[in-house]
Design a protein around this ligand. Structure first.
Ligand SMILES: *[C@@H]1O[C@H](CO)[C@@H](O)[C@H](O)[C@H]1NC(C)=O
Ligand SMILES: *[C@@H]1O[C@H](CO)[C@@H](O)[C@H](O)[C@H]1NC(C)=O
Length: 433
């Protein structure tokens, strides 16, 4: 109540002030025609009003920000007040498969069903947008034969966009669909977590094992906000054969990822109209949190057709190595992924690795060493080194793909390389892009 009061008072003061300003502007030059032309006066008045308007909109924005902040504080409190005691070893982890108009969704479903160890613990929900009948028919077959669930996004209307954005219609629809589908999972079905995949993904034999073993780590560590099946540098020849090796990363990888309800309660209400993955990578959403990711991908994409993946597929995605060994993750100790332990273990590993230049690393003269470290201090240094060694060279919100504390780990001609910032690193610079 007090908060509403406060907002009310601010609004009243703000409106009164506007009215006063308006009268002052009008009465300042009452009919001083003669020396100054009416035209000039009008022009001045227009300028004044425009300045006033922009000032007002700034104020309004501040007010809005204030309100949002209050709301999110309230939300935080609610989440803390109602802790759901979850048995992290048996919690139901539904698979949400986002589909649209590709009948090849059957390929994804076949593998998801083939490796599914327990359909009660890992129920499969296909959420379909686009109302594409042939795809709907394919999904329906799996409903009757395998007991999966098929839900349909009710809103398939076109989204009205001004012309520069019109070509991004697909991204807007995808974002709208994600929001609806995730609300279904968390609010209609009331699940505590979800594993999200799309209709062009193959999964590895230990896909379920991976997510079920990492769920307790995710749940207990507030500095984590997702587990992803994806390594952005996971191409054949750029990963080791240590299939059980996992990492923390500051970069949100997506492409087969697990999300908890508590995180959805936080980000769902402000979910963006488009480009949701880059939005998640923004500091306002990520808030310094990390994801768990594997050395070897647990998903790979087979589809060329899609809103974003067309050209990227031919150049990059089709070379991704999909893990083919079953790693019994649930029988392993994964506590090393907790923030404090991981920071000690991983940063020490990097610190103790001998430093070389790019050309030394490429020359093979140090190929007897287990691992090498290359330091980058500027954006351009990172990019040129990345290009030479064949890893992804882009940044999102200043974070290189795969990076943890600025360190990118990958294999180069059978040797582990850490592309790392200097030891006095101050954090990511969002201006690096
Ligand atoms: C469908 O989506 C559009 C654009 O996102 C929105 O304006 C409209 O209100 C939605 N319609 C329904 C019935 O939810
Ligand atoms: C949703 O699940 C939580 C536990 O995860 C439970 O406490 C709550 O009562 C459930 N709500 C509904 C509406 O079923």
């Amino acid at each position: 109540m007090r908060r509403k009061h406060l907002v009310g008072v601010v609004v009243v003061i703000f409106l009164t002030w506007n009215v006063l300003m308006y009268y002052m502007l009008v009465s300042r030059n009452p009919g001083k025609v003669g020396a100054v032309s009416v035209q000039d006066q009008l022009r001045n008045l227009q300028g004044d009003i425009q300045r006033q308007l922009s000032h007002n909109s700034d104020l309004l924005q501040q007010l809005r920000k204030f309100r949002e902040q209050k709301q999110s504080e309230k939300l935080d409190k609610e989440i803390r007040r109602t802790p759901h005691p979850i048995d992290t070893n048996s919690v139901v982890l539904p698979i949400l498969l986002i589909a649209c108009d590709r009948t090849t969704v059957s390929r994804s479903l076949d593998l998801l069903l083939k490796y599914n160890p327990n359909k009660k613990r890992f129920p499969i929900i296909v959420s379909q947008d686009c109302g594409h009948k042939p795809t709907a028919d394919v999904i329906q077959r799996y409903v009757s034969e395998h007991g999966i669930q098929h839900i349909k996004h009710p809103n398939t209307t076109d989204i009205k966009l001004p012309w520069p954005q019109r070509k991004f219609q697909g991204y807007y629809k995808l974002s709208r669909h994600y929001k609806w589908a995730l609300n279904q999972v968390f609010h209609t079905f009331n699940y505590s977590a979800v594993i999200i995949v799309e209709d062009d993904l193959d999964v590895s034999p230990d896909f379920y094992e991976y997510f079920s073993a990492t769920f307790p780590v995710l749940h207990q560590d507030p500095s984590l906000w997702c587990v992803s099946a994806w390594n952005d540098n996971g191409k054949v020849g750029m990963v080791s054969d240590e299939a059980d090796l996992l990492y923390r990363t500051d970069f949100f990888p997506g492409l087969g990822w697990m999300l908890e309800k508590s995180t959805w309660l936080e980000i769902g209400p402000k979910w963006p109209d488009a480009f949701w993955d880059d939005w998640m990578r923004h500091p306002d959403q990520r808030k310094g949190r990390a994801c768990i990711r594997p050395e070897i991908c647990r998903t790979s994409t087979f589809g060329k057709k899609g809103v974003s993946k067309g050209l990227f597929f031919e150049k990059h995605l089709k070379f991704i190595k999909l893990n083919d060994k079953f790693v019994p993750f649930t029988k392993k100790d994964l506590t090393y992924l907790q923030k404090d332990k991981y920071e000690q273990y991983f940063m020490k590993l990097v610190k103790d690795t001998p430093e070389v230049t790019v050309s030394e690393a490429m020359s093979g003269h140090k190929s007897n060493m287990k691992a090498l470290k290359i330091i980058y201090s500027t954006k351009d240094e990172f990019k040129s080194t990345a290009k030479k060694l064949g890893i992804m060279d882009d940044f999102k919100a200043g974070v290189p793909r795969v990076a943890y504390n600025g360190v990118v780990s990958f294999m180069y001609r059978g040797q582990r390389i850490y592309l790392a910032p200097p030891s006095n690193w101050k954090g990511y610079d969002p201006k690096w892009s």
